[in-house]
Design a protein around this ligand. Structure first.
Ligand SMILES: [Zn+2]
Length: 134
């Protein structure tokens, strides 16, 4: 058995997600390291692959919750489409478009994650301590 424990919960804006272990058998069968259920406010993390994978998986699932909460991808697509229509006379290179999309995703996601960092210092400390460990 693992000598470490997952954090009990993560607060994502107004919602608190429970964090529970995903049995290794299920993780292997599904080909997953983790899963998030918005309906059940539940994040499950496979602990059988070690501390490092568990830390990165929890971080990944928190990222999904932030993205879902902020609708970052949908918002970016809408803004890029509006921007393209507005400037339809101007030729925009693919590289320029990629940079605009990157900037918007960065702004949306990282500004949003500020709140999650503030509300979960212990969870992020746990993630940080786990990266690079067994
Ligand atoms: Zn994922």
């Amino acid at each position: 058995m693992a000598k470490w424990k997952l954090p009990g919960s993560v607060k994502i804006y107004a919602d608190t997600f429970s964090v529970k272990e995903m049995p290794l058998r299920e993780a292997e069968a599904e080909g997953l390291w983790g899963h998030i259920s918005y309906t059940h406010r539940l994040i499950r993390v496979a602990v059988g692959y070690g501390r490092h994978i568990a830390a990165r998986t929890l971080h990944h699932e928190i990222g999904h919750a932030v993205e879902a909460e902020t609708n970052t991808s949908v918002q970016v697509i809408k803004e890029v489409l509006a921007w393209q229509q507005q400037d339809s006379g101007i030729r925009v290179s693919e590289q320029e478009l990629v940079e605009v999309v990157r900037e918007m995703i960065g702004r949306g996601t990282f500004e949003a994650i500020d709140t999650v960092w503030r509300d979960n210092p212990g969870v992020f400390a746990w993630i940080g301590r786990g990266i690079g460990r067994g």
